[in-house]
Design a protein. Sequence first.
Length: 349
Amino acid sequence: MEKRRLGRTDLFVSKICLGTMTWGEQNSETEGHAQMDFAFEQGVNFLDTAELYPIPPKPETQGRTERIIGTWMKERRNRDSVVVASKVVGRTANAWFRGGRPSRLVRADILDAVEKSLARLQTDHIDLYQIHWPDRAIPWGSNPARVTGELERHEDETPIAETIAVFEELVKDGKIRHFGLSNESSWGVMRYVGEAEKGTGPRPVSVQNAYSLVNRTFEVNLAEVAFREGVGLLAYSPLAQGYLSGKYDHGALPEGSRKKLFNRLQRYEAPGAAEAFLAYNALARSFGMSPAVFANAFVTSRPFLTANIVGATTIEQLDEAIRSAHVAWTEEMQKAVDDLHRKFGNPCP
């Protein structure tokens, strides 16, 4: 498995990162351990989790995913060979993270989050600690794709300088090695870079945003930021939460699927999305590949990508995702994908 440099650090991570958000809800601890065993046997060395997980977020399950990773590393005694990424929630009214009060990206809340994550992971440091989403008021929800309404400010908006200074403290204390962002815009990334260059805090090494065949908005501005500033993409939802696997084609609703269980995939049900999924899935088959392999291979082939975060509920799905890393992406494939992109654009930003 090819390893890629994480930002400008001396840390190299596998170009396939194992996403973990189903563990503790759709997957048991035993199944989570089996997925990690399988992925690491295939050369994966990178895990992505969050204090929020598993999904969907609920107070009674929050933190289970990190605990599953922690027991696996303890049982396997392999902490030194695992690159662990986790996240602190951004501003949220959900009170279960901080013992009954809303959370913001202020010192007390970040320190509370990291100590709890370290305890659940049973480790003394987190390799990559990321801000899950911004503290500031953002009109786009969880994805910085477009601004369609009037911008606003929270009266108590936490300044980026104040937030990044806390991460500097965590690095100096050895509790985290590197700092990353998630669900962030090009403006936000550059503000963090600017504060780092002033010496306020650590330089962000990555940005974890949605990226797939039906959401290539990262290419508009953030791709240049990634290239020039060394802030590589950790791509999430490469299969558009399963729609680019083909399993939902023509209105299918498989038992056990996330759509069937939770009905929270509205981000991928926008006008024009169904037609786009059918076209991309048919294109994949025309190249002799399953839609999931093809869609993941596209994401992994991007020059601005550090790692493609794949997720699975079965070993068979995980095997398919990992095999995509070995696809030789061709000019013919790229042209075919770009032709469809000109037709459909980004239906699922």
